[in-house]
Design a protein around this ligand. Structure first.
Ligand code: T1G
Length: 694
């Protein structure tokens, strides 16, 4: 049970916020604060109150775990808590250390005084959840740090170091040393000097020619806000602080906050916020599972993937030994890494010192013996089971006991790979997405024998190298690629029925995908999908594919790497140019099949492509390959260019309404005769129960 601890220090009552991990202002904590204020107010021995949090956090804001629950708005809600503090006749001092965010900042703004340590982090990040500060932040912050600084903080949602706000009315004093002792000393001064209680709401606010300033702000923000409504509403709320009396400004803020709370974009952002944090939790692996120390990493392969993987660890300050079979390939791989860092330095994103430090942690080798001290070894060699077998048998010989052996395979069976060793419990899949040093997604593939502490260790390492790690079971394509295969397959049938590659891509990109299926194929290489289809034709002949993509590959049209694929590419230019030759090939192909092309709407294109993801995603949940729908959404948001404002394929299905999605799937099944379109049993069950997927 979270609460606020109350303790007397002389004549000062200290209320300590105690709701780990970051003092989210949940219902119990709000009750605890009010109880403390009331107790202090009623005690004649108490002359002042100090509100303080932990070293880590004064408060991370409203308790987002209560969002959407009655507790979130239950009295005393945050407004009431702040009003009670502001109305208190004894001085209430906020002592700020660690993070002070959102509602936590608004709580501090309701206090009469605020003191802070220099490296506290102050933010009003609600815009990142598709909201705006909903407990007075848009009305009080401009009154203490000025309109421009406040607008910047609220529209960006980015934290500002407390020392950067020194000299503003936000802070009355900065504390060197122990925050509590400093706050108590300050409190003593306030009482001794009988300082009048300051209420931020009483501070007069003005901004010359505010109309023009806010118009300028709107013009600037409109260009970057994209599909998200919150940034523009933030501007409206802050402007109300200038144009209306405080209480009316608060009403404007409240109205806008509630409007945003109900938007699909905010639901998507909150879903993604939670999804990122939930993904790191593995249902049957306790949070306190001891992890293995990862001080040294080995990477096998210095190509695009191996080099990118290596950079992740160097960036996190973890030394890497990178192995290649040929000196030339090794030298090329190291040179590429150096070049990447030099490019970052040119852009001002890296200092020479950091570059030297990182390169200094990289050791190249052509001998497996150099892996003898490695705690984690990741192979990124050719995607062929025989090659993997040789590598893992060698690793089994040289790696120290307890070393984690990881495969970057994107399609092969991790259980098979694990069984090439005598230590399958130490083997795991770490599927990075290209470019590995850029893409946030990491699929952590759990083998049947993979030990729990190996899983816990890899999830911890993933956080250290700033990846969004999602656990996948072992199946063909794991989660992301198993779904994208049907997305591409369905797109192929759209071409058969009358659409062109450019029309499908445009429809999907207009809907929000970073790249349509055909541009994506040209980027990744159409030969990759071709190889998978050839395997599928043998392994799973029941799955139907349009044959046009094979024709394209038979002509060597692999995409950007061959100068043409679905589109044409000029040398050195990635711009996809529609190719009349492909359109003609398609026309001929349809004639051969006796298909009369029909006009296909963008809405149908989007529905068929996205619902294909949803249906296969539901099957992945049924198979236990993914443990939660939000994990699937995180994979699509961080690895496949799925639009953040739609929250992922599974959330999107819930936003459309699972009942409607299932009906569309049945229509597709009837019109195509493709059994794939029968709604997955999980979808049927959830619709029958009136439940959602997420
Ligand atoms: N409430 C409850 N739990 C929270 C939380 C919060 N506000 N913020 C984080 N957590 C949990 C998180 O789920 C994780 O839990 C743990 O803390 C560590 O988080 C009215 C309505 C605070 C900078 O948007 O930006 O106030 O997985 O891994 O990297 O205007 O979390 O360990 O069980 O991110 O050290 C506004 C969001 C809310 C802050 C810490 N506040 N949080 O970062 O750790 S809306 C936010 C963050 C609001 C008012 C409105 C970060 C952090 P677990 P973490 P971190």
């Amino acid at each position: 049970m979270s609460s606020a601890n109350y303790e007397l220090h002389g004549s000062t009552a200290v209320i300590t916020l105690d709701n780990p991990p970051v003092n989210g202002l949940g219902f119990d904590l709000r009750c605890g604060i009010v109880a403390g204020i009331d107790q202090a107010a009623a005690d004649p021995a108490v002359k002042a109150v100090v509100l303080i949090g932990s070293d880590r956090a004064f408060s991370g804001g409203a308790d987002i775990r209560e969002f959407g629950s009655p507790k979130s708005f239950a009295e005393p809600n945050l407004h009431s808590v702040i009003n009670i503090i502001e109305a208190c006749r004894k001085p209430v001092i906020a002592a700020i250390g660690g993070v002070c965010m959102g509602g936590g900042t608004e709580l501090a703004l309701g206090c009469h005084f605020r003191v802070a340590v220099a490296n506290a982090s102050i933010a009003l990040p609600e815009v990142k959840l598709g909201l705006l500060p909903g407990a007075g932040g848009t009305q009080r912050m401009p009154r203490v740090i000025g309109v421009e600084a406040a607008l910047n903080m609220i529209v960006s949602g980015n934290p500002v170091a407390s020392e950067k706000l020194k000299g503003t009315a936000l802070f009355d004093e900065f504390i060197d040393g122990d925050l509590l002792q400093g706050a108590l000393a300050f409190s003593g001064k306030v009482v001794a000097e009988k300082r009048p209680l300051k209420r931020v709401r009483d501070i007069k606010i003005d901004y010359p020619n505010q109309e023009a300033f806010f118009q300028f702000s709107r013009n600037m923000v409109k260009g970057v806000a994209g599909p998200f409504p919150a940034p523009m509403k933030c501007i409206d709320a802050v402007q109300a602080a200038l144009t209306k009396p405080f209480d009316q400004g608060m009403k404007v803020e409240r109205t806008l906050f509630l409007q945003l709370m109900g938007t699909p974009e905010s639901r998507a952002l909150r879903h993604a916020f939670f999804g990122e944090r939930t993904a790191s939790k593995i249902p049957d692996v306790p949070a306190d599972t001891p992890t293995r120390k990862i001080a040294r990493v080995g990477v096998i392969g210095a190509g695009t993937m191996g080099g990118g993987i290596t950079m992740n660890f160097l960036n996190a300050g973890i030394p890497v030994t990178m192995l290649e079979m040929k000196q030339e390939a090794l030298d090329k791989g190291i040179a590429t890494i150096r070049k990447n860092y030099e490019n970052s330095m040119k852009k001002g994103k890296l200092t020479q010192e950091k570059l030297d430090q990182r390169m200094g942690m990289l050791k190249g080798t052509m001998s497996y013996d150099d892996f003898k001290d490695a705690d984690l070894i990741i192979e990124a060699v050719f995607e062929e089971i025989g090659v993997k077998e040789a590598v893992f048998k060698k690793l089994d010989e040289v790696a120290k006991p307890g070393a984690i052996l990881a495969s970057n395979t994107s399609t092969l069976d991790v259980n098979k790979i694990a069984n090439f060793t005598k230590r399958p419990q130490d083997v795991v899949g770490m599927h990075f997405f290209s470019p590995a040093n850029v893409m946030k997604l990491l699929e952590v593939v759990r083998g049947a024998a993979t030990a729990k502490d190996v899983m816990a260790t890899v999830m911890q390492v993933a956080k250290k190298i700033r990846k969004t790690a999602v656990v996948s079971g072992v199946c063909d394509g794991f989660i992301g690629n198993r779904m994208i295969e049907h997305y591409g397959r369905v797109a192929g049938f759209l071409l058969e029925e009358g659409a062109t590659p450019a029309q499908v891509d445009k429809a999907m990109e207009k809907w929000g995908m970073a790249m349509g299926p055909f541009r994506m194929g040209d980027l990744a290489g159409n030969d990759i999908g071709w190889a998978i289809r050839k395997r599928r034709y043998v392994e799973k002949p029941s799955i139907r594919y349009a044959k046009f993509a094979d024709r394209l590959c038979e002509q060597g049209r692999y995409g950007q790497k061959t100068g043409k694929g679905w589109y044409l590419y000029q040398a050195g230019n990635r711009k996809a140019i529609p190719d009349p030759e492909v359109d003609q090939m398609l026309e001929d192909y349809r004639k051969e099949l006796g298909i009369t092309p029909r006009k296909i709407s963008d809405a149908e294109i989007v529905a068929r492509c996205i619902y294909a993801l949803v249906n296969e995603g539901a099957r992945i949940l049924e198979d236990g390959i993914a443990s939660r729908a939000s994990d699937i959404d995180m994979i699509y948001l961080t690895g496949y260019g799925f639009p953040l404002h739609r929250g992922g394929p599974m959330l999107y299905a819930d936003e459309v309404g699972l009942y409607n999605v299932a009906r569309s799937m049945k229509e597709f099944a009837a019109s195509s005769g493709d059994s794939f379109w029968e709604p997955a049993p999980l979808i049927v069950k959830r619709v029958a129960e009136g439940k959602s997927l997420t």
